[in-house]
Design a protein. Sequence first.
Length: 265
Amino acid sequence: MKTALVATPITSPSPREIDSTRPPARLRAWILAISGGLFASAGALLMLPIGLLTLFQARRLYAACARRISRIVLRLYGIRLVVHGGDRLPRQQTVFVSNHTSTLDVFVLVALGLPNCRFFMSGFLRKFVPLGVISWMMGTFFTVPQNRPLERRRIFERAERVLRRTGESVYLSPEGGRIRTGDLGHFNKGAFHLATNLHVPIVPLYIRIPPSVDPGFGYDARPGTVEIFVLPAIDTTGWTVGNLIANKERVRNVLVGAHRELSAS
């Protein structure tokens, strides 16, 4: 399936301009990481009284606050978001998936403001207390590593019950972690099991972060433009658990195709 994707041209300053206008990379990374952490901490502290006043029952309000916090953090780093195909974002219950290459992804996805959407995130993030508090208030489902299959199964079963009751959408990274090989990694089955059981469409998102911007596993993101491509929804009406692997690979091939097309451009 071919999707016409048009990338926004990105220009970078010359090395001389970088040297003359910016602090050394390591110092800048520390300054921004500390500033971002302090801002996220302040945001979490402000959200907690709101949660108390609303008896922690206003998930959409907390998600709106988190979206604002993420956008300010990205602006702090000088990062601009450009969304292609935003009119494809559905209002009905949906399972969203995307590639996952960078520390930036979590801020980009929350800043995007996916409609009425919860997230799956690694439980490891709870070690960063402000992010843990904000994510918990957003109704995030925290996962455990693949080597704890029984616990992972209980988490996904609980998530399915919650999503079936609320009709909310959900985002998952099927790669399960940041992939820095230059291509998409292996896809786990959780997102596709949920979509099959809930009988809801899957909407793939392709996140394009230029190398000049991408901090990878670190926090030294540089100013620039991050693009999000909303790809056409994939109908799961006829999906069965017996065809789970084939359907998983079908969705992966859609994202692989977008990755190759955009890389070539």
